[in-house]
Ligand binder design. Structure first.
Ligand code: ADP
Length: 300
């Protein structure tokens, strides 16, 4: 409980205009090209409560002449990174995962490193101020390299982060990935990362039997290629205790972000029917991107 109230206080403080004003203006600068050209194409009156956001019909790849600005929401272990990274390859926009930015900062042994290590390894959220600073720097670096558009993964994770983001740029679409709860913990515990290339794999074989009219679900392991097999590591925050804490924090702090975007007609709910083979083509269909399917299959 104390964890949650500390997180709420941090989020509330960060949302105040005086707090971290310099940091937020940095984010505004980083996002300024899209901010200045923004004009919402979503009509909250007509788009409210739609199953599929109207954005899908009109925005797709290059809304308003720019690249997509999408967000992935979903519990730890749902597969945000996997699908965001595939879509980023497909659409030619950067996949920006704030969890990766935090882990890079941790590995850098910079001034924030030990503070972040404690927070992350306990499954808590980093302050809005730190996260926005890391994200702003990443966006500025990308802009300098000519990147445009993004698929955000792991941000926003609090309503105050969502309000800040909404205040500085237009998010076209928010994809809310959902997976049966029984699978989430197993997927986090089975996750393995190649410590050389950063590739994400999974050793878990998930086999949920059909029960009480609910269909079964099978998710095959995602084995690493031979060159990564001997370099696999487990994330320190992927222990049972910490994953359970992250799931609790998701319910408390991030679930309300779904409502934030739902009420703006931007939320696409997507129930994953299983692993990548069952889910990928369905996700592309839900995103009106099925014409890209062949290209991605060839690239996979
Ligand atoms: P998950 O698998 O739980 O979705 P991530 O890889 O996205 O994990 O993030 C790892 C950790 O980095 C989080 O538990 C949290 O401590 C920190 N983090 C990442 N994104 C944010 C954010 N937007 N706000 C606060 N903390 C964040």
């Amino acid at each position: 409980m104390a964890v949650f109230s500390r997180c709420s206080r941090a989020a509330t403080a960060a949302a105040k205009p005086t707090a971290a004003a310099a940091t937020f203006s940095y984010l505004i600068r980083a996002l300024s090209p899209s901010f200045s050209s923004s004009s919402s194409t979503l009509d909250p009156e007509t788009d409210l409560n739609c199953n599929k956001p109207a954005a899908l019909g009109t925005l797709k790849r290059e809304p308003k002449g720019r690249n997509v600005q999408w967000v992935f929401l979903g519990c730890p272990g749902v597969g945000k990174g996997t699908y965001a990274s595939r879509l980023s390859n497909l659409l030619g926009v950067p996949h920006i995962a704030t969890g990766d930015l935090v882990r890079d900062e941790l590995a850098s042994s910079g001034p924030l490193s030990s503070q972040l290590k404690e927070i992350v390894n306990q499954g808590k959220l980093v302050s809005d101020e730190i996260i926005i600073d890391l994200l702003s720097k990443r966006l500025e670096m990308g802009e300098a390299k000519g990147e445009s558009g993004f698929i955000l993964d792991g941000f926003p994770r609090t309503v105050s982060q969502a309000e800040i983001l909404e205040g500085v740029t237009d998010i076209d679409l928010v994809i809310n990935l959902k997976l049966r709860e029984e699978a989430l913990l197993a997927k986090c515990l089975g996750r393995r990362i190649c410590n050389e290339c950063g590739g994400n794999y999974n050793v878990a074989s998930i086999d949920i039997k059909a029960e009480n009219g609910r269909p079964g679900m099978y998710m095959a392991p995602l084995p690493p290629p031979p060159q990564c097999a001997s370099k696999l590591i487990t994330r320190p925050d992927d222990t049972e205790e910490v994953v359970k804490q992250r799931l609790r924090i998701y319910q408390e702090m991030t679930r309300p972000v779904e409502d934030f975007y739902r009420s703006r007609g931007k939320l696409l709910e997507f129930d994953l029917p299983g692993g990548i083979p069952e889910s990928w083509s369905k996700l592309l269909r839900a995103l009106n991107l099925e014409d890209h399917d062949d290209k991605q299959s060839a690239a996979a």
